[in-house]
Design a binder for this molecule. Structure first.
Ligand code: NAD
Length: 512
C-alpha cells in the first residue's frame, strides 16, 4: 500500500513505548513477524501514522500454543489474585490514559473526548472485573435425595479468541479481556486491521504488567486480516469461545464456523437503532440525545441513532430544530476540543455513505440536510445528513456505518413500536416521553425488541454495569456487566452423596 507522507507522531508513540514496536504478534514476547505490513492511517488527513507487520502461519501456531499453556497455569490462580493483576493493568491505563486516548483519536478519528472516554471505559471495565473476581457465584440447590448436597460451580473455560471492530479499538477488547482474565481464561486478540497501533499499545501495557508480576502470558495478540488470523481462530478447536464484534456479515461467518465445531461464539454485531419521540416529550432533551446519537462518533457506533420516529404533533418542530442544530455542528480535526464531528474511518466508508444516499434518492427519500462528502480538505470527512424517509424504503433497514439519520412520522405509539421493530437488527432503542404509560409500554414485552431500551436517554453511550448486546441480526451476545461473565466460564453441576444409600433420582428403582 502506498501512502503519501509520514506524519510525525513519534512523541505519542514513544510515550506509549511503541515507537519501534512494529510487530503484530505477542505471546509474552514480541515475535519477529514477517507477514505483510498493515499501514495505520490517520483518517483526518489520510496520511500514514505507522506500520505493523502481520502474523504468519508460524506466528499463529506459536501464539496459540503459548496461550493454551498459559491457560493451564492461569486457571490455577485464585480468582481474587487474578483480579489483582487486572487492577494493576488498570493502574497503568490510568497513567497512560491521555496518550492512549490520543492514539485512539488519531487512528480511529473519534473526537478526543470520546477517545479519552474509551480509555476510561477500559478502566471502568477493569474496576468492575476486580470486584467480580470475588463474586463468581454459583447456586446451591436442595437435592431431592436424602443425605445429598447439590450445587453448581463455575470453572475457567479456556483460551478465548477476541475479534474486534475498528470503531471501539480498545474498549471492546477490555469488555472481553478483563472479564475473561478474572474468570481464569487466557486470550488472543485479533484487532481490526484499521487500528493495529492501539492494539499494539494496549498489549504492550498489559504484557508488561503480566511479566512484572510473574503471571503467565494471557493477554496475547495477532494482527492480520480475516484470512491470516480471523478464520484460523474461528476454526481452531483449541479456542472454546470466540467473541466477535463487527458487522452482521462477519458474525454470520464466524457464528457458522464456530458452531460447526460445536464451539461457543459470542456475537456483537450491527445495529439499526431508533429513537421514538412522543408529542409529550421534553424536546430539548430529545434534541440533545438525537444529536449525540446520530452525529457523535460520526455515526460510527454500533449504537448510533439511525432512525427517528416523530409523533405528528411535534414532527415539524423537531425537524426544524434538527436542521438548525445540524448546521451548527463543527466538523474537523478530532483532536481539537471545539470539534464535535471527526472523519469517517476511510475512503470506503465515505463511498458507502454516498452509495446509500444514492439509494435514498432512488427510493424516494428527501435529503433535508447534508448529503455530501467534504472535498475541501484531506481526510475522510462528510456532512452529517438528515433524510425524510418512508417505511417502505428498503435502505432504512440497512446499517450504513455513517451519520445518516432517517426521519419518519407516526400517529400512535402502537404504530411507532411496530415500525421500530420492523428491521433485522435489534441492538439499542429509546423513547422520549413524559407519559408513564407510554414509557412502560415501550419497555414491556410487546414494546421494543432490542437488547437495550431507554427512556429519556438516547441509544448510544451505554454504561458498563449493564449487560451489553442485542437481538436478531445483532447476534444475541451479551458483554460487559451484569452476569455476562458466565459466557467466559463453564458451569459444573455437582451432586455429593454423604450417606450410605444410593437412591436414584425420580424414584427410579434399580436393585440387583
Ligand atoms: P467488520 O465486520 O468489517 O470487522 C470486524 C472484525 O472482524 C475485524 O477484526 C475483521 O478483520 C474481522 N473479520 C471480518 N470478517 C471475518 C471473518 N469471516 N472471520 C473472522 N474475522 C473476520 O466490522 P468493522 O467495519 O470493523 O466495524 C463496524 C461494525 O461493527 C458495525 O457493523 C458495527 O455495528 C459493529 N459493531 C458492533 C458492536 C456491538 O457491540 N454490537 C460494537 C462495535 C461495532
Amino acid at each position: 500500500m502506498t501512502v503519501e507522507t509520514m506524519t510525525p507522531h513519534t512523541d505519542l508513540l514513544s510515550a506509549l513505548g511503541i515507537e519501534a514496536l512494529n510487530r503484530g504478534a505477542f505471546c509474552g514476547e514480541w515475535l519477529p513477524t514477517k507477514g505483510p505490513e498493515v499501514v495505520s492511517i490517520d483518517p483526518s488527513t489520510g496520511l500514514e501514522i505507522g506500520r505493523v507487520t502481520t502474523a504468519t502461519a508460524e506466528d499463529y501456531e506459536r501464539v496459540v500454543s503459548v496461550t493454551v499453556e498459559a491457560f493451564k497455569e492461569w486457571r490455577t490462580w485464585p480468582a481474587p489474585r487474578r483480579g489483582e493483576i487486572v487492577r494493576l493493568v488498570a493502574e497503568e491505563l490510568r497513567k497512560h490514559k491521555d496518550e492512549l486516548g490520543r492514539l485512539v483519536t488519531l487512528e480511529m478519528g473519534k473526537i478526543l473526548s470520546e477517545g479519552l472516554g474509551e480509555v476510561q471505559e477500559m478502566i471502568d471495565m477493569a474496576d468492575f472485573s476486580v470486584g467480580l473476581s470475588r463474586q463468581l457465584y454459583g447456586l446451591s440447590m436442595h437435592s431431592e435425595r436424602a443425605e445429598h448436597r447439590m450445587y453448581e460451580q463455575w470453572h475457567p473455560l479456556g483460551p478465548v479468541g477476541i475479534i474486534s471492530a475498528f470503531n471501539f479499538p480498545v474498549a471492546v477488547w477490555s469488555w472481553n479481556a478483563f472479564v475473561a482474565a478474572v474468570c481464569g481464561d487466557s486470550m488472543i486478540w485479533k484487532p481490526s486491521e484499521k487500528t493495529p497501533l492501539t492494539a499494539v499499545a494496549v498489549t504492550h501495557i498489559a504484557g508488561r504488567v503480566l511479566a512484572e508480576n510473574d503471571a503467565p502470558p494471557i493477554f496475547n495478540l495477532l494482527v492480520g486480516d480475516r484470512h491470516q488470523v480471523g478464520e484460523p481462530l474461528t476454526h481452531d478447536k483449541r479456542m472454546p469461545l470466540v467473541s466477535a464484534t463487527g458487522s452482521t456479515n462477519m458474525g454470520r461467518a464466524v457464528g457458522q464456523a464456530v458452531a460447526k465445531r460445536l464451539g461457543r461464539s459470542l456475537l456483537e454485531l450491527g445495529g439499526n437503532n431508533a429513537i421514538v419521540v412522543m408529542d409529550d416529550a421534553d424536546l430539548d432533551l430529545a434534541l440533545r440525545a438525537v444529536l449525540f446519537g446520530a452525529v457523535g462518533t460520526a455515526g460510527q457506533r454500533c449504537t448510533s441513532t439511525r432512525r427517528l420516529f416523530l409523533q405528528k404533533g411535534i414532527a415539524q418542530e423537531m425537524k426544524d430544530r434538527l436542521v438548525a442544530a445540524y448546521g451548527s455542528i463543527s466538523i474537523g480535526d478530532p483532536m481539537d476540543p471545539a470539534i464535535l464531528m471527526g472523519p469517517l474511518v476511510d475512503k470506503r466508508a465515505v463511498d458507502d455513505m454516498m452509495g446509500a444516499l444514492d439509494k435514498v434518492r432512488e427510493q424516494g427519500g428527501r435529503v433535508l440536510y447534508g448529503g455530501n462528502a467534504k472535498s475541501d480538505r484531506g481526510g475522510f470527512f462528510v456532512e452529517p445528513t438528515l433524510v425524510e424517509a418512508t417505511p417502505d424504503m428498503p435502505i432504512t433497514c440497512d446499517e450504513t456505518f455513517a451519520p445518516i439519520l432517517y426521519l419518519f412520522e407516526f400517529e400512535t405509539l402502537d404504530e411507532a413500536i411496530e415500525r421500530h421493530n420492523a428491521v433485522p437488527q435489534g441492538l439499542s432503542s429509546a423513547i422520549f416521553t413524559l407519559n408513564m404509560r407510554s414509557a412502560e409500554r415501550f419497555l414491556a414485552a410487546g414494546g421494543s425488541d432490542c437488547g437495550i431500551a431507554n427512556v429519556n436517554i438516547g441509544t448510544s453511550g451505554a454504561e458498563i454495569g449493564g449487560a451489553f448486546g442485542g437481538e436478531k441480526e445483532t447476534g444475541g451476545g451479551r458483554e460487559a456487566g451484569s452476569d455476562s461473565w458466565k459466557a467466559y466460564m463453564r458451569r459444573q453441576t455437582c451432586t455429593l452423596n454423604y450417606g450410605d444409600e444410593l437412591p436414584l433420582a425420580q424414584g427410579v428403582e434399580f436393585k440387583v
